[in-house]
Ligand binder design. Sequence first.
Ligand code: KG4
Ligand code: ZN
Length: 331
Amino acid sequence: MRVLGIESSCDETGLALYDSEAGLLAHALHSQVAMHADYGGVVPELASRDHVRRILPLMNQVLEEAGVDRAGIDGVAYTAGPGLIGALLVGASVGRSLAWGLDVPAVGVHHMEGHLLAPLLEADPPEFPFVALLVSGGHSMLVRVEGVGRYALLGDSLDDAAGEAFDKTAKLLELGYPGGPAVARLAEQGDPTRFRFPRPMTDRPGLDFSFSGLKTFTLNTWQAHRDEEQARADIARAFQDAVVDTLLIKCRRALDETGLDRLVVAGGVGANRALRQGLETMLEKRGGRVYFPRLEFCTDNGAMIAFAGCLRLQAGQVETPAIEVRARWPL
Ligand code: KG4
Ligand code: ZN
């Protein structure tokens, strides 16, 4: 079965063609980052309009690369939420219409399920069950994954998501948008011993996350040392160390509590090198294993949606032809 995947939940238009036998045939992505940079964040209306412009050319590019024509598409998967409602509607409308025109089934995919299953696109994928750490711009979650569609939420973010905390820290340190990669780059030049930020909610039981308090530490420290360029890197380092440490502590706890030894990491923050190294070391010590998607599939992409949609369609998921999307949607 060949499934066309469409991702348009935020500021990335991603298209991909996944074949249940041959694997990923082709994928293409357009990032709107440059367009939103002037505004310091994603402007929803601009995002929707750009998805309208990009989806069909990207689809044609993917089909051409895969050497498949439209008649070779057996199903369509699109991100149905959570995300920006207008942006989601663009992908959903194109996906549903295309499926209707081709007389093939269409399926609306949960964006976080896409992220969660992305490591399964790699060679030597993890077996079920596993614990998944999902850390993106909108979510920080720990999930126990028994199989496709069988997810138990272990921990969730109570306020700012991990990626959001990176983005806000970047803004405070005047590093521009998007912030995660910029903070991470600067942190590499920072002195890890200079400032120490708290590891939020690690001194009590539970697996929930709260990163919003770190903003205050960043702001106060930066205000006290603004005249000093090195302080910027030292703060970036203190912030990143606090987030990474907190994630490591919660992952360890989730593995202890579930008795599992496989950890899957996905979402944009999963691209963070310090986090990847920390988790590799921790899992090695425990005799377990950590699985990441390749870097380009950590952040939003069409491949994860095509893949999750293919699994759903193969499992016989059927939907009404209505175009429905959800800005908020529990996993
Ligand atoms: O998964 P994603 O592309 O979009 C959402 O679904 O939110 O994640 C984007 C988030 C942004 O907040 C971005 O700052 C963060 O991932 N991010 C990073 C890194 N690369 C992207 N955060 C820390 N370190 C990175 N290297
Ligand atoms: Zn995402």
